[in-house]
Design a protein around this ligand. Structure first.
Ligand SMILES: Cc1cc2nc3c(=O)[nH]c(=O)nc-3n(C[C@H](O)[C@H](O)[C@H](O)COP(=O)(O)OP(=O)(O)OC[C@H]3O[C@@H](n4cnc5c(N)ncnc54)[C@H](O)[C@@H]3O)c2cc1C
Ligand code: FES
Length: 309
């Protein structure tokens, strides 16, 4: 085992968490708050944006209401724990709170909607490598597509609280207004809860600008004077085609870029070798593990499917 792996293993913990709140936001999006006792404090209070946890949903029952299109899927057994990147981490007097945003897409996430305050579930984490923020950075462009939002939201909070000199601009792309993963404030604006400019696009134009968020980013970059790109970094999380396009935009503009990738994760801890990411290396392509070397990668390192080398 590599020295860094030994460190990762030492800092992770498998612990019982109590559900403190669980509510629908809109459409298929829900937010859940988990309370971890004091023993979890050391490990989880240090969870960096982009790191993830594994939730054991295997013993959670089905809710009374199941979206009809998921009725068949919902009855499947859940053998594996499911990965989630928290959208907020809060230290409290009694321990630490993890807030997650989840989209109901299958048997585990359908069951999660039945969790009520007071119930408990098993949580393993923190896992993987998150986004890294350096003091040399001057402007952070945070790009999220749909349910890629949670780690980006967390990152925005951390930059605001710990790296006040870094300017932040958010680009959020969704399919339609019904898929907006955040609440709207009293003015009907996206309630980002942080004083950060937000560029919003939707595929159908029902909310924000009509189109893709990567096109919106490209248009915005075209209006920037060259000196603005100095010290700029793009952080992204969302569907892989969006991340591939982000990597291209960053490379074409000479901007650093970190992206959080998704893979099916059977173990989440480097054992099953099932979550490979094809990466560039001087001697030829190499395979890295999304759960251990990622999920956050330097975009220039990742070989996307259209980059067979
Ligand atoms: C590092 C990481 C962080 C994540 N963070 C979040 C988060 O904050 N909020 C959230 O809602 N989801 C997140 N996910 C995805 C989440 O783990 C899956 O949506 C969840 O496991 C689905 O479980 P299920 O049993 O409900 O549906 P499943 O039946 O397991 O999946 C339903 C459908 O979702 C897709 N899917 C499921 N898991 C993945 C995956 N890992 N990669 C690509 N496609 C997948 C597939 O199309 C599948 O058919 C994250 C995934 C990873 C790898
Ligand atoms: S999920 Fe098993 S090695 Fe990554």
């Amino acid at each position: 085992m590599k020295a860094s792996n030994a460190r990762d293993v030492a800092s992770r913990i498998d612990i019982r968490a109590q559900v403190l709140a669980n509510r629908p936001v809109r459409g298929r999006y829900w937010r859940i708050v988990l309370g971890l006792p004091r023993q979890g404090m050391d490990a989880f209070a240090r969870l960096t944006p982009g790191q993830f946890i594994l939730l054991d949903i295997s013993s959670v029952g089905l809710p009374e209401q199941i979206p009809p299109e998921l009725a068949e899927k919902a009855n499947r057994h859940i053998l594996l724990r499911r990965p989630f990147s928290p959208m907020a981490v809060r230290s409290t007097a009694t321990g630490v709170e993890l807030e997650l945003m989840y989209k109901v897409v299958g048997p585990a996430t359908v069951r999660m909607t039945s969790l009520r305050p007071g119930q408990s579930i098993q949580v393993l984490g923190p896992l993987g490598k998150g986004f890294s923020v350096l003091s040399t950075m001057k402007k952070a462009i945070l790009v999220a597509g749909g349910i890629g939002l949670p780690p980006i939201y967390h990152l925005a909070q951390i930059i605001r609280s710990d790296h006040g000199h870094i300017m932040v601009e958010v680009f959020l792309g969704i399919r339609s207004a019904s898929e907006l993963p955040l609440d709207l404030d009293d003015c009907g604006q996206v309630d980002w809860a942080l004083d950060i400019p937000v560029h919003l696009t939707s595929n159908d134009g029902g909310i924000g600008i009509k189109g893709l968020i990567t096109d919106c980013l490209q248009d915005w970059l075209r209006t920037r004077p060259p000196q603005d790109l100095d010290g700029m970094i793009i952080f992204g999380c969302g569907p892989e085609p969006m991340l591939r396009q982000l990597a291209r935009i960053a490379s074409n503009n000479g901007i650093a870029c970190q992206i959080s990738l998704e893979r099916y994760m059977a173990c989440g801890t480097g054992l099953c070798q099932g979550c490979v990411v094809r990466c560039r290396q001087a001697g030829g392509p190499v395979y890295r593990l999304c759960c251990q070397d990622g999920p956050v990668f330097d975009a220039a390192e990742v070989l996307f499917d259209d980059h067979r080398a």
